[in-house]
Design a protein around this ligand. Structure first.
Ligand code: GCU
Length: 610
């Protein structure tokens, strides 16, 4: 073991642990998947929870009852004929469920071993949207946000032998919710990500973090133990082959710092991940963590102190399959991110919600920088404290899960959120929370610029939203040439911004039906798409300062707002590929431009030094 000098008294790590106290990090732990075919009951009147007078029942579906005799009347049953695959949305598994919004009850049965001095948790990768769970008829917890993990301790309810886990999932959109009533994506409901059984010692490693500080000279982090012996406990850390032993404080939190001079850095060109292992007693938490710094300097984004141009694309979380659906797991992630790499991307914008953990881990491995976002989208009830609380839950959950992901360089607190004072106040609060939770990453949000015209002609886009004061990266969505004007209207349009900060195009795109050919003036044709993309990319090349782009979007995706028969058929057609992965002409238009920009990015080339 190499001698390592603990760098002085470690100040609080860059990432505040205290706000993340609710997490149970599985890291690369061995867990037991409860995935597979679960029984289900569709329940549009919530009959499994409330009676005919809407009073909460005492014998709800969570009892998973079966008749004890032919005389025993039980008016529901979880059987093996009506099953849904978990993980997965219910909408694309049963035709009767495609447009269903409401309650579905899930039930799985599993055998378990119960050991002394062991604690057990049931961890959900996500459920959309609200989930209430019961184990063996006893309530174990509820969760109300649809894209981040949650765990319920079941130490006292898990039985040796057979167990019955019942989960009520309700994907009903609500005006006070996050997201609210209108989204341009499909409201997939269900147990959309894996469900795992996690067994740990009475005092275990609940979470751990490591990252670069002090300009990259120091790799520091923290470990949080949970349990009766968490305070003032000795634990071991091994990172990048270097080991130290140190102890937790009275709160069960221990900090460490290592000289990082010799540790290889993470970058898109060299996505090096280091083994990170924490050991306490007979508990071990393993992670694979990349070390990199991300910052801004004037109008540039710096990765490891070098200017970087973000060649990106936006992604929804849908697999390449005709059914659409909510993707999850490594295979789906690999299919989508591999396509982004083929496009020549070094960056992806994961719209508009927290994507599956497998996607973030794969982005680490493939060397794709990530814009990670919460679904604060369009018009929410911005004056409602409950809505703010729910948005903050989304934000905490996203950062709590992905704070070790080197690929994540930008936290986004939302998209096109309206420009009234309530919305502006709402996003400033979220921005402040994001910075407090994790000052080590850049802050942004996808907003609109004010468009100025001269005699009707678009002449300027002005970035002046007050959020720009706290954002590290200014980002605007624009659809010139699709929702208004013509693609050629972009020529000569100036970008004006109130702050000398990096600026990225977080969205632009046009609807194209794969294989439809015609005149370049005809919308939906491949030919229009080529005209639109060439105008946008030529205009971007003409700008004297731009830090990156993420066109909308990699793949056509299901949306109830896109009904045009024969063209949309329920899909948003702005993808570079169709929902079955067929490449449109615009895929190669962008790929060829990214190939060129990899050597010589747009913007002030003189300042980029390469
Ligand atoms: C909006 C929005 C996307 C939407 C896209 C579109 O800017 O951010 O979620 O799908 O434009 O209209 O296709």
């Amino acid at each position: 073991m190499r001698l390592i000098t603990l760098i002085g008294a470690v100040t609080a790590a860059a990432l505040g642990h205290t706000d993340l106290d609710t997490t149970i990090a599985t890291g690369l732990r061995d867990t037991r998947a409860l995935d597979g075919d679960w029984s289900y009951i569709i329940d549009p009147y919530d009959h499994g929870r409330i009676d005919y007078r809407s009073r909460v029942r005492t014998d709800g579906f969570w009892m998973d009852a079966t008749p004890s005799s032919p005389a025993d009347r039980v008016e529901y049953a979880f059987d093996d004929k009506h099953t849904l695959r978990v993980p997965g949305d219910w909408n694309t598994q049963q035709l009767e469920l495609l447009h269903y919004e409401g309650v579905v009850w899930y039930r799985t049965q599993f055998d378990a071993i119960v050991r002394d001095h062991e604690r057990t948790f049931i961890r959900f990768g996500a459920a959309n949207k609200r989930a209430d769970a019961w184990l063996n008829g006893a309530p174990i917890g509820s969760n109300s946000v649809g894209f981040t993990p949650f765990a319920f301790e079941v130490t006292d309810t898990l039985r040796a032998g057979a167990n019955s886990l019942v989960v009520r999932v309700d994907n009903t959109r609500r005006p006070e919710g996050v997201p609210a009533m209108q989204t341009d994506w499909f409201n997939y409901g269900g147990l959309t990500r894996s469900v795992e059984l996690l067994a740990v010692p009475e005092t275990f490693i609940a979470d751990a973090h490591v990252g670069l500080r002090e300009g990259g000279r120091v790799a520091d982090g923290w470990v949080r133990l949970d349990g009766p012996d968490a305070a003032n406990a000795l634990f071991d850390v091994t990172f990048a082959g270097v080991s130290i032993t140190t102890n937790t404080d009275e709160h069960g939190v221990g900090r460490f710092a290592l000289n990082a001079d010799t540790f290889a850095r993470w970058s898109p060109q060299s996505p090096k991940l280091h083994d990170f292992e924490v050991r306490y007693g007979n508990d071990t938490l393993r992670e694979r963590v990349g070390l990199r710094t991300v910052a801004t300097s004037g109008d540039q984004i710096l990765l490891n102190d070098e200017p970087v141009f973000l060649r990106g694309i936006c992604l929804h979380e849908e697999p390449i399959a005709p059914r659409g659906g909510r993707s999850s797991g490594l295979a789906d992630a690999r299919e989508l991110l591999t396509l982004a790499k083929e496009l020549g991307c070094n960056y992806v914008r994961l719209a508009h919600y927290t994507h599956d953990e497998a996607t973030l881990r794969l982005a680490d491995e493939l060397g794709l920088m990530v814009w990670a976002e919460i679904p604060v989208y369009w018009m929410l009830d911005y004056d409602n404290p409950e809505t703010l609380a729910e948005a903050e839950t989304h934000l905490r959950g996203m950062i709590a899960r992905d704070h070790n992901r080197a690929s994540v360089i930008i936290w986004s607190i939302g998209n096109e959120m309206g420009d009234d004072v309530s919305a502006q106040r709402f996003r400033l609060k979220l921005g402040a929370l994001a910075k407090r939770l994790d000052p080590s990453r850049l802050l942004s949000a996808a907003l609109f610029a004010r468009q100025e015209r001269d005699a009707g002609r678009l002449v300027r886009m002005v970035i002046e939203d007050p959020f720009g004061e706290v954002a590290d990266v200014l980002a605007i969505n624009q659809y010139v040439g699709w929702y208004h004007d013509q693609p050629e209207s972009l020529r000569g349009v100036a970008i004006e911004r109130r702050w000398n900060k990096p600026f990225v195009f977080s969205e632009f795109g046009a609807g194209v039906k794969h294989g439809l050919r015609g005149e370049p003036e005809a919308v939906w044709t491949e030919d229009f798409g080529v005209r639109y993309y060439n105008e946008n990319l030529d205009w971007i090349e003409s700008l004297d300062s731009i830090a990156g782009l993420s066109p909308w979007i990699l793949k056509d995706f299901r949306s109830p707002r896109r009904p045009l028969y024969g063209i949309q058929d329920g899909f948003n057609r702005k993808g570079l590929v169709s929902e079955t992965g067929e490449r449109k002409l615009v895929f190669d238009v962008l790929r060829e431009r990214y190939e060129r920009w990899a050597m010589s990015p747009p913007g002030r080339r003189l300042d980029r030094g390469r």
